[in-house]
Design a protein around this ligand. Structure first.
Ligand code: ADP
Ligand code: ZN
Length: 731
């Protein structure tokens, strides 16, 4: 693939735009011509839109009416391998190409000229009179020493007008500088010494280095308990990629993108990598996108969408915590970043490392089948040991109604506090109580727009719908029977648990970690860092704490409701519970102190609970694999979810029934359709939702058949249809 194909001025080119059209549009190449893959601005009706020169024009349109490309943007042309990747990803996920192109151009100001701009950083002077607004500006700058912002960014971050900042510039408290729009990234040095590896780690690192040297596609599953040094090992693979002059990408679940992690990478390579995530500033996103495209970024650490950056010479993709469900994008383009990483690597002859303590069954099965290589780190590094795991049989405990911490767990927490150690109480449920029930009539308060119960959030003093985010005040009168003061909170959420903990442990410093309790990701990170340094005795948290962070003083994990993930219609419920419990347990005893994990359960004999306690992963996976094989479901069969939605329930069902009836294209490949049925959440934001499920044999051409099947219909009015290949959740 050369990417050097060139179109002279006036030649017809086919342009893919980000507009929702189902074909390429013909334009004339602009003055000076353009390369295949060039990012261009083209006229569309009265507008100018972004596009990519995708190939020669079709020429089936009146030539006199064809307009010219307005201009070629100052960005490296899209490489042919990227075009191929987008095309394959579109085919796999049944996504229209314009939507794929939008994913690949998520950089603001792509069309802007590369010029100088003014940036603002901390100055030497002090503000003369410290108004509230000025103080906020100074705080933002002090929180980010060394960083500079554009006027707009700084004003937004501090919540002030730009004149406040200009005032501070005059006083010298803020410094204004000229800077090129996009600064190159400082070079990283792979030859700096890493940590001295244990024998296990060194062996794994050497296998990965060798895999990289082949410059051929391959995938390796790197399995090892939390703390076994997977990160140390894959950083060696990154070093090898850098040495070979190839770019590397480390994908992390968004929440694991901590400053702790970035500092660690910086310590290893002597410079900070590019950081791609939802919190990155617009300027930073633009800079990364361009520099990646020019090959002037060696290493990107990013959330899933980093996969669509225009790498020039990508040699390595690490998918850390590869089992993490947040890799599956659940709205817009429904893709799984882990699978797309493998696709992208196979196109550009890169190596993929899937790292996890608890791999997904898919990856486990691929390794078993020999499609992926497998490396295993067995011991935890240093003296840290895996926690001892035990169940607390809740049938034998005495609890008052409305309380969830058993006497056994209470005693264990008290013992840790007496030794100055930390305990974590884990409950994967946000809010105060999942149900608000009227004791007079039995009515449960639900969301007006969704088929979901409202969850009480006492910190917010409101009921919140976890589907659509709608909130309302907590009523005192039952909306169904008008009884007064009979509404009662049923069941626990983390907020209620922390109330219980506060009364059980009056002397404890309690920190509650739930994604909704912090105004920003930054505030949450700061809180987590404080806790790691010992700012709390008891941590109460949702699955947020299961990921990524080290709490060296933590020696006890109490799982409040180990049964929570076991019920449910989800095919992956057992797998999820297993992974989550293992990870949460892995939080305990990461430093010198051994840890204990206690699981409160009403079904200690359940196979999943038993496998967790025994630490027998292989047994768990084998049993789970056998069950799925039996049922012909992924990864031993193929599935696609179809979600139809619309404001009128009858119309949505009519379409569902029509789809189910006209299933000839599916029957042709031996696939079956189930449904239509109301989706588990039958209404979201006032739209009724109906699901169909398609099951097919492994290896059958499912996407092509789905495309033919759906292609028989045109969606009328406000009806929407989305296809979810390999659905992860069934909501
Ligand atoms: P994982 O990614 O498997 O959770 P890490 O790579 O984060 O494990 O290692 C856990 C901790 O142990 C980290 O603080 C890491 O720096 C440390 N560590 C791991 N291996 C070594 C080593 N060979 N030498 C020094 N420290 C190590
Ligand atoms: Zn709702």
């Amino acid at each position: 693939m050369t990417g050097t194909e060139f179109f002279d001025e006036g030649e017809l080119v086919g342009v893919l735009t980000t507009q929702p059209l189902d074909r390429l549009l013909d334009y004339k190449a602009p003055e000076g011509g353009c390369h295949l893959g060039a990012f261009v601005e083209v006229p569309l009706g009265p507008r100018k839109v972004l596009g990519v020169v995708w190939g020669p024009g079709r020429g089936d349109y009146d030539r006199a009416k064809i307009r010219s490309v307005i201009r070629v943007l100052d960005a490296a042309p899209m490489r042919e391998e990227m075009q191929l990747f987008l095309r394959r990803a579109a085919e796999y996920t049944l996504t229209p190409m314009p939507a794929m192109l939008r994913l690949a151009t998520r950089a603001p100001g792509l069309g802007d000229p590369p010029s100088m701009r003014k940036i603002y950083r901390l100055g030497d002077g002090e503000p003369s009179r410290l108004t509230d607004a000025r103080r906020r500006v100074m705080e933002v700058l002090r929180d980010h020493t060394g960083l500079a912002f554009t006027l707009k960014e700084l004003a937004e971050l501090a919540g002030v007008t730009s004149s406040v900042i200009k005032g501070l510039v005059e006083q010298g408290a803020v410094r204004e500088e000229d800077s090129p729009r996009d600064l190159p990234f400082p070079p990283m040095d792979p030859e700096r010494p890493g940590k001295e590896l244990t024998e296990d780690q060194a062996a794994a690192a050497s296998v990965l280095r060798q895999a990289l040297r082949t410059e051929r596609y391959g995938t390796t599953l790197l399995k090892g308990v939390t703390g076994s040094g997977k990160t140390e090992v894959y950083l060696e693979a990154v070093a090898q990629a850098l040495r070979m002059g190839r770019q590397a990408l480390v994908l992390l679940p968004e929440i694991a993108l901590t400053s702790e992690f970035l500092t660690r990478v910086e310590a290893r390579f002597g410079a900070r990598p590019a950081e791609w995530h939802s919190g990155a500033t617009m300027t930073e996103r633009r800079r990364i996108w361009r520099m990646v495209g020019q090959g002037q970024v060696q290493l990107v650490i990013g959330a899933r969408s980093a996969l669509f950056l225009p790498f020039q010479n990508l040699g390595l993709i690490i998918v850390d915590e590869e089992h993490d469900t947040s890799y599956k994008q659940e709205d817009g383009v429904l893709y799984n970043a882990r699978d797309m990483a493998v696709l992208r690597a196979s196109i550009c002859e890169a190596h993929v490392v899937l790292a996890s303590a608890t791999p997904s069954l898919e990856s486990w099965a691929n390794a078993e089948a020999g499609k992926y290589a497998k490396l295993e780190l067995t011991a935890r590094f240093g003296s840290a040991e895996l926690p001892e795991m035990r169940s607390i049989d809740m049938r034998a405990e005495t609890l008052q109604s409305g309380t969830w911490i058993s006497p056994t767990l209470k005693a264990a927490v008290e013992a840790r506090m007496a030794r100055g150690e930390q305990a974590l109480l884990f409950l994967n449920r946000r809010g105060y109580a999942p149900i608000t029930l009227c004791r007079a009539c039995g009515h449960q308060i639900g969301c007006d727009h969704c088929d979901a119960r409202m969850v009480e959030h006492r910190f917010l003093k409101r009921l919140v719908c976890h589907q659509c985010g709608e909130t309302k005040p907590i009523p005192t009168i039952c909306p169904s029977c008008d009884a007064e003061d009979r509404l009662t909170a049923v069941g626990p959420g983390v907020e209620r648990l922390s109330e219980e903990a506060a009364s059980l442990f009056p002397d404890a410093r309690i920190a509650t970690l739930s994604s909704d309790l912090y105004g920003s990701a930054r505030a949450l990170k700061a809180e987590i860092e404080g806790i790691a340094e010992g700012a709390a005795d008891i941590i109460i948290g949702t699955q947020l704490v299961a990921k990524g962070h080290n709490f060296p003083l933590l020696t006890l994990v109490g799982v409040i409701d180990a049964d929570l993930g076991l019920q449910g219609s989800d095919l992956r419920a057992a797998e999820r519970t297993f992974q989550l419990m293992r990870q949460v347990a892995g939080r305990a005893g990461r430093a010198e102190k051994p840890g204990t994990a206690l699981l409160q359960t009403y079904q200690p004999e359940h196979p999943v609970i038993r496998a967790i306690l025994a630490g027998d992963e292989e047994a768990f996976w084998r049993a789970e694999a056998a069950e799925r094989q039996q049922a012909g479901v992924p990864p031993y069969g193929r599935m696609a979810g179809i979600i139809l939605s619309g404001p009128d329930v009858a119309q949505v069902f009519d379409l569902g029934n029509a789809l189910a009836r006209q299933d000839a294209p599916l029957r042709k490949i031996g696939a079956q359709v189930f449904g239509p049925a109301p989706a588990p959440i039958a209404r979201i934001r006032g739209r009724h939702r109906v699901r169909l499920l398609v099951k097919a044999a492994k290896g059958s051409p499912l996407q092509a058949a789905l495309a033919r099947w759906i292609g028989q219909f045109t969606l009328k009015g406000d009806l929407r249809l989305s296809v979810d290949i390999d659905p992860q959740s069934f909501y």
